[in-house]
Design a protein around this ligand. Sequence first.
Ligand code: FUB
Length: 342
Amino acid sequence: IAGCSKPEEAPKAQETDKYIAQPLVTEIFTADPSAHVFDGKLYIYPSHDIDTGIPDDDLGNQYAMRDYRVLELDKPGGKVAIGPVALDVDDVPWASKSMWAPDAAYKDGTYFLYFPAKDKDGIFRIGVATSDTPMGPFKAEPEPIKSSFSMDPAVFTDDDGTSYMYFGGIWGGQLQKWASGKYDPSIGDVDLKQDDKPALMPKVAKMAPDMKEFAEAPRDAMILDTNGKPVLGGDHDKRFFEASWMYRRGGKYYFTYSTGDTHFLNYAIGDNPYGPFTYTGHILLPVQGWTSHHSIVDWDGKTWLLFHDTQLSGKNHLRNVKMTELHFNADGTIQTIDPFKH
Ligand code: FUB
């Protein structure tokens, strides 16, 4: 499969020894890595970054991605295979652009690719596509998931086989425009500007048995501060921005996310998939580049953090995925990772 990958740009890595991990692939630019273990192999579902010349702005218009490619590893540190195009925006009837951070799931012989994209009106929706192999190609459903909105879907399957989708993102991810439950174009492009009120929270919905619909209306996945009150909109070091990911360890549910403009990956712990989740700390300190987005997966007897930075390009919109081991303390807290060696 690696042979299918056509080199696009192979920039020279600068000062490779200052980073705690190196890019998993250099042939293409990749970001937002969602990792899953299927049949003992690690599959990474990343965004596929491209350069369209669109300048950086606060809405992320520079992230003008149009397709997905899947990465496959047999063993940690092994060769990384880059799959062919798994899904292209032209093959999604309802989508127009912005194929942002995807995720995947498996159930009963079918692999599901979940992806956000802007519809023909420029409104983010979340779509689903299916395949009988983890690498795809995937065939998109003709319509987005009913009642879906905003972006960054992450699908978590609990031990009892029930799956949940976490999603949402503020600023360019449009979550603030849905604060009333309906899309309100008059709401600004950033957040609600209510610093002393509860922040906008990520959304969670149980998936229907066919994995193609929500089984219920999405609800807030509440992130509480250590005082038991919702994290406030003005607390940019703690409040949810984007990049939801759920990781279960024993009976604890770690809701993990990015803080966007303060560039942290954070975690908040709860007792069930819906939360509430209590803010506990940082997983990853700011990386090189504006965005930070990740996944956490158990594989080969270890727990791994998949993340991205801009080591190869030095440009915010041309990112590269990496992986490093994640360590826990005896009390279940995570040992914060510094992406740079000091
Ligand atoms: O890759 C485009 C967007 O950048 C993602 O959807 C966000 O999470 C951020 O990483």
